[in-house]
Design a protein around this ligand. Sequence first.
Ligand code: AMP
Ligand code: AMP
Length: 357
Amino acid sequence: MRLRERILRVLDSYDHKKIRIATLGSHSALNILRGAKDEGFETICLCKSEDAVIYRNFGVADNIVELESFSDLLKEEVQSFLREKNAILIPHGSFNAYIGKLDKLEVPIFGNRMLMEYEMDREKQREWFLRAGVRVPKVFRSPEEIEGLCIVKYQGAKGGRGYFLVSSYNEFREKVEKMIGMGLVNEDDLKKVEIQEYVLGANVYFSFFYSPVNERIELISVDRRYEHADALGRIPAKEQLKIDIEPTYTVIGNFPIVLRESLLRQAFEAAERIVEVSKEIAYPGMVGPFCVETIFNERAEMVVFEISARIVAGTNVGIPNSPYSYILFGENMYMGRRIARELRIAIEKDMLGEVVY
Ligand code: AMP
Ligand code: AMP
């Protein structure tokens, strides 16, 4: 039996009046758990023992399960516990970063787990963009081809860790050694690097929600990242030249953004095409949160450099609402709550099978 059928069978065995919302304790768990509580669900947080203090303190986890490591989620005893509790898992960045492929996870998850895998393979992701006809940064197939300022990136949700800038092959080799020396990357990361044209401009992360229940795309919040490299701007160029600084893109936090209204058109057009193509590449296509990560260049043209088919941590800036979610809903609405609302309506309309994979 295929995984999808096995998941649907698990869902059939659930008591739909007693669905619990579960997630791993990190990344955007507080957002997800608060949202679940706001929509009347009981919650489960699976966290590392040392982080339990966070989830005890906020009081949004009705059950806290302590794990030695996040990969313990795949252990049979943890999975059967979740199934006994009628749990639906909400995936986030830590699922990509610490678990990877979810094909051994036989607990229903909200969203389309096939699309989440696109985040781990930049080449597949690029195909998705190209088919959707969105503007993307130029990619250099090998370090020898590097021309102009480029950013070197790795696969998966690494939060920008160890990314670096180069403008020639020799510099690439030097910096790789340096990044290894600094312990920011390992040989495995380097096997599949992606070298992209560095797009100079303003970073904007659009967090959308595709609702199969309402059949519409909703803009929930917009943010930008607060990254290690942002510290550079605090030092005058004269001083920068004197010291050997290696900025990297490790994310530290996020800021909310409100865009020039006229720029929203580009984001909606791209989101619509990305959702359209998602249906062709991974049936049934996008379900729930996704983030279109962009840079607006000097002509205010939107360049898409990445997509996450799940909740991103940047949506944490949108609690209890963002200007966009407020305009759309007229009430407090944020990504964690939006997910729980979709689940609640899907339960009421007997559509759970269409939002859970
Ligand atoms: P953590 O548990 O904080 O290490 O985060 C889990 C994964 O999500 C890591 O790969 C982080 O790099 C990524 N992550 C966490 N917070 C953010 C954020 N605010 N923006 C982007 N990525 C993040
Ligand atoms: P990512 O892991 O793809 O989300 O990228 C992490 C960070 O690297 C982004 O927030 C940007 O600051 C930066 N970045 C990624 N790709 C590019 C690019 N092509 N041009 C400029 N900056 C980029």
